[in-house]
Design a protein around this ligand. Structure first.
Ligand SMILES: [Zn+2]
Length: 255
């Protein structure tokens, strides 16, 4: 990371020599197109590391069984019931690390390796997904904002590249800028996702402790698993920010 900062600083200096008129950040990116390329690669490597880390952390703590021997689905049911969420179903889904809460169907889905496991990792994941259900029920503000952005972020992620490239081909600023704005909504969505994810994990850890689902010396396993998972969201955001910088750089190199 310090290398990237050094490159940024050096590039900024070079740009300053060429542009005395203070032409702004967008022009700076346009002048330093290769820099954004390297930042993209760095972010991508960071994402790969985070992805490997969550897999290895999960693998490690999925082998450590909790003393109370509750299965993850039972833990989920207990947390949901204790929050009065009797109408939220807990189901099993296929795949690895595919666990999720769907607010539309009001279902907590636990993956094959989590559902009937009583490991520290599985119980952490189950409690985290229930954290999302509780956020939804209690009207947690960031999850509301995130839900509101979903349609335009989905549209943005599908359409931005076509509109952007069309803008470049037609030399049309309006399309180029529209492509960038659409992608900015994808970045905004990922930014709002961070407090939602961190808060769900915080709720999970509190519940696991207060409801005595895990004993004090077992909490670390669930915490490490959830922290590793949270870092993958940070990594996704980092990748998207560097992609956004690249779009801005590409647009301004043209001008
Ligand atoms: Zn989550």
């Amino acid at each position: 990371m310090s290398n990237a900062l050094m490159i940024l600083s050096a590039a900024s200096h070079t740009s300053g020599l060429r542009h005395n008129s203070g032409s702004g950040f967008a022009d700076f990116l346009g002048d330093n197109y290769m820099l954004t390329y390297f930042l993209c690669i760095a972010a991508f490597i960071f994402a790969l590391v985070c992805s490997a880390k969550v897999k290895s952390t999960y693998a490690k703590y999925s082998k450590v069984s909790s003393k109370r021997q509750l299965q993850a689905w039972q833990v989920a049911r207990q947390i949901l019931d204790n929050n009065g969420l009797y109408d939220v179903a807990v189901v099993r889904i296929s795949g690895h690390l595919t666990d999720n809460y769907n607010p539309k169907t009001n279902v907590v889905s636990l993956s094959d390796s989590v559902y009937d496991s009583s490991s520290l990792a599985a119980i952490g994941v189950a409690a985290h997904e229930c954290g999302h259900a509780v956020q939804h029920a209690k009207g947690y503000v960031p999850i509301k904002i995130r839900s509101a952005i979903v349609p335009i972020a989905n549209l943005g992620s599908m359409a931005y590249i076509y509109i952007f490239i069309l803008g470049l081909i037609m030399n049309n600023d309006l399309f180029v800028n529209l492509g960038i704005i659409l992608f900015a909504f994808v970045v905004l969505f990922q930014l709002v996702t961070l407090p939602v994810e961190f808060n769900a994990s915080r709720r999970a850890m509190k519940t696991l402790e207060s409801e005595l689902i895990l004993e004090r010396d077992e909490l670390y396993g669930a915490r490490k698993t959830l922290s590793a998972a949270a870092m993958t969201y940070v990594a996704s955001l980092t990748v998207s920010i560097t992609q956004l910088l690249r779009l801005i750089a590409r647009a301004n190199r043209r001008r």
